[in-house]
Every structure is written in C-alpha cells, then in structure tokens.
Design a protein around this ligand. Structure first.
Ligand code: V47
Ligand code: SF4
Length: 398
C-alpha cells in the first residue's frame, strides 16, 4: 500500500503520463523504456524521490546495508585507454604506476588478518602478466590463507582479456575462476552499453554483449554479481535507459545480479576533463530512475568514497539502500579521478553514526546480503551525538 503522502504527490501531479507511471509502480507493474525516458525528462525531482522511496521502503524498510571490506588494486597501469579513466597510461606515465607482485598482494591480504573484514574487492588495470595463472594462484592463496574471506574480483573487462590470451572459452575460464576461489564479481567495466558511446569512452575493451555474456555464464553457475553504469559524460538519457533495460532483461533471465551501482563520472586528470560533472540533483534523479526501472534488482548501492558521505546519505531518500563498505581503502581509481573522499576509510562506528544521523537502521551484511548484524540497539563510541536517539522500529529481515 502506498502511504498517503505518496498519494498526495501523485494527485498533485498534472501530467497524466507521470500519474500513470506512478500507478504502475504502486501496483508493482513494470515501466517501459519510453516511460523510463519520461521519468528522466519530465518528472519533478520530489515525484521521483517519492516513487523511488516507496520502492525502497517496501523492500527494505528503514534498513541501510553496509559491509566490511577492503580493496586491492594489483596495478594501476592498463593496456586500455578509456577516456574517462585517470589511470590511463596516456595520462599517467608508467613510472608513476605500481605493479604489485603475488607476494606483495598477499602481504596486503595478511595485513587485514586482525580485522573483522568479510570481503576483499580486487580490481585494477589490465596487463599481460596479470594472466590466468597469476589470478588463479592468487585466489587460491587467499582462500588457503583465509577461507572465509569473500573474494569479489575482476570484471568481464579483465576476464575477456585473460581468457582470450589463455585461448579458453568464457565458460571454461569462469569455471576455472570458480574452482580457484572466486566468490562473486563486482559491477565494473559496464560503463555504457551503447556501442557508439562505448567506442568513444572505452574503445577496445569488451563489448556490452561480452560484458553481459560473462555475467550470464557466471549467474548460470549459481553465482552472484553486481552491475554499474558510468553516467554523466557524453551519454544521453536514452543511452541510460538502454543500459538499464539490458540489465533488466538479463536479470529476468538469470536473477544473478545483487546490486546496481550508478557511478557518476568524475573529471579530474583524464581525457574527458573538459566535461563538467553532473550535479547532485541529476545524481539523485539518476538513483531514483534506476530504482524505479530495475524492478528485478534487490539493491541500489551508492558508493560513498566516490560521492562523499553527505551525498551518499541524501541518496537514501532516492532509492538507495546500500552504502557499500567500511574500508581502509587504498583504492586510487576514484581519488585519482577526483572523488570526494581522498582517503576513503570509515570505521564501523562512523558508518553506524552516519546512517543513524538520518534516522535509518544500519545493518551489516555479508557479500551475498546475508544479514550479519542489525545495529539498531548498538551504542557506538560516539555516544554524544546519540543522546537524543530514541531508537526506531526494527524491520526484521526475511
Ligand atoms: O568500471 C573509472 C569507474 C568502475 C572513473 O560491485 C570511474 O560492489 C567515475 O565498478 N569517474 C570500477 N567512475 C568500480 C566499480 C565498483 C565500485 C564499487 C563497488 C562495486 C561493486 C564496483 O569505476 C569502472 C568505471 O566505471 N570509474 N574511472 C571516473 N573518472
Ligand atoms: Fe583500464 Fe579499467 Fe581504466 Fe579502462 S577503466 S583504462 S580498462 S583501468
């Protein structure tokens, strides 16, 4: 049932097309690509927020998910030269880069031995020496060292390159990765699926069809992954809807996507630095349309190190239910691109306080969205700001 404030928003809306879309959303009916476009082009921001928030609350109530993870980037040098990427060696000389060895990466993994992290997220540039043998050895070594650490690693961009070089099919390759310890795939490398735009910003790397195919194969093996979009550069709303639609279609087939993560293009030190960045209102609208369009995705994630804490909190009113991780983040891909958070790390207490500051319920999840802990009754070390906190009803997870 929609709440009465949503009814008021709909009744106050003068556009019959928007009212029709809202009714569909309330009745759990799917909206069409044309209707998605109307939302982007014509819907008032409050209207979008109300609809997205309705969906968000009916799925997750007041819960906001986060996990405890850390990131490793084996290298920041890459064969490809995506125009948006601040790693690109057209921009950064190789001397400014790093290429970690197997042992160096294992040392990084071991440096978290005394921390209660549950996931390592591994992603970086594509280089010939980071091949099938390198990654299978690495995944096996991580699992041998810490069997419960969830390995979320690499994207179809790397897998396509690695399997081609090893002269094996995607199916064989993903099976080898599974047997080596890969647990799930992050959402990167999707960028924009439209080939014309993709050629301009990410030419040479795997196509949309290849990206989707590798996820499909992975899902077919009973495994989960995420999806992203890189938006706010030279694409238009039609390209965004096309991107969302291809994801929704694959998700209908496999059900293997867990979260959708809209990534706002940041313009520092890359070949597209002349482009302005999208503003916060456009970002919130994009979160909301994503939430409304992707009716078969459970989670919409805001990646807070990229957009900053306040922006991430605001997104919680526009369909977002997941803030990713509390991380001691050594990730450079975003800080090099102009991310809001230059040293993005957040303790669990900080994450809890942050989520509670908007009177929502922090919930720690594992990588597959199993609930590890509901923090509604937890007292953080930062009690001062919580003297007035009276607690909110706990919405039990299923
Ligand atoms: O594919 C690179 C993006 C992605 C820039 O699955 C940029 O949980 C903005 O996919 N401006 C990789 N974005 C990161 C990624 C991700 C992040 C967090 C969580 C998960 C997950 C996945 O980063 C790339 C690209 O789209 N990116 N450069 C830039 N200048
Ligand atoms: Fe390489 Fe990825 Fe950067 Fe493209 S986005 S240049 S594939 S690291």
């Amino acid at each position: 049932m929609p709440d009465s404030s949503l009814e008021l928003v709909i009744e106050a809306e003068s556009s019959p097309a928007l009212r029709k879309i809202a009714r569909k959303v309330i009745e759990n009916q799917r909206i069409s690509p044309d209707e998605g476009l109307i939302l982007f082009e014509e819907a008032p921001t409050g209207f979008l927020g109300s609809l997205a928030n309705h969906i968000r609350y009916s799925r997750h109530g007041d819960q906001v998910f986060f996990n405890k993870n850390f990131h490793i980037e084996p290298t920041n040098i890459c064969l490809y030269t995506c125009a948006f990427c601040s790693y690109s060696r057209l921009i950064k000389q190789r001397s400014e880069g790093w290429e970690y060895s197997h042992d160096e990466i294992m040392d990084m993994v071991k440096s978290y031995d005394d921390k209660d992290v549950t996931e390592v997220h591994i992603v970086g540039g594509v280089l010939p020496q980071y091949d099938l043998a390198f990654y299978t050895k690495l995944f096996k070594a991580i699992k041998a060292h810490r069997p419960t650490l969830h390995i979320k690693a690499l994207t179809p961009v790397e897998y396509h390159y690695i399997f081609k070089k090893a002269k094996i099919s995607y199916e064989e390759g993903m099976q080898i990765m599974l047997e080596s310890g890969l647990d799930s795939m992050p959402g990167g490398g999707a960028e924009i699926f439209d080939q014309e735009i993709r050629d301009q910003i990410a030419g040479g790397k795997c196509s949309a069809e290849e990206w989707l195919r590798i996820h499909e194969i992975w899902h077919g093996m009973g495994r989960r992954s995420n999806a992203t979009i890189l938006y706010g550069h030279i694409e238009n709303f039609g390209h965004r809807i096309d991107h969302l639609d291809r994801l929704r279609t694959l998700q209908d087939k496999t059900g293997g996507f867990q979260a959708f993560i809209p990534l706002k293009f940041r313009n520092k030190d890359n070949q597209m630095s002349h482009l302005p960045e999208s503003d916060i209102i456009s970002d919130l609208r994009n979160y909301a349309v994503s939430r409304i369009y992707l009716d078969n995705f459970d989670h919409i994630k805001a990646y807070w190190p990229m957009i900053g804490r306040n922006h991430a909190l605001t997104s919680l009113g526009f369909g977002v239910d997941d803030l990713d991780g509390t991380i001691d983040d050594t990730t450079k891909i975003y800080s090099m691109a102009g991310a809001e958070e230059q040293s993005p790390s957040m303790t669990t207490d900080e994450m809890i306080d942050l989520i509670r500051s908007v009177h929502m319920i922090p919930v720690e999840r594992d990588s597959l969205y199993g609930i590890l802990r509901d923090f509604s009754d937890y007292t953080t070390s930062n009690t001062v700001s919580w003297r007035g906190y009276t607690g909110l009803p706990v919405i039990q997870s299923t």
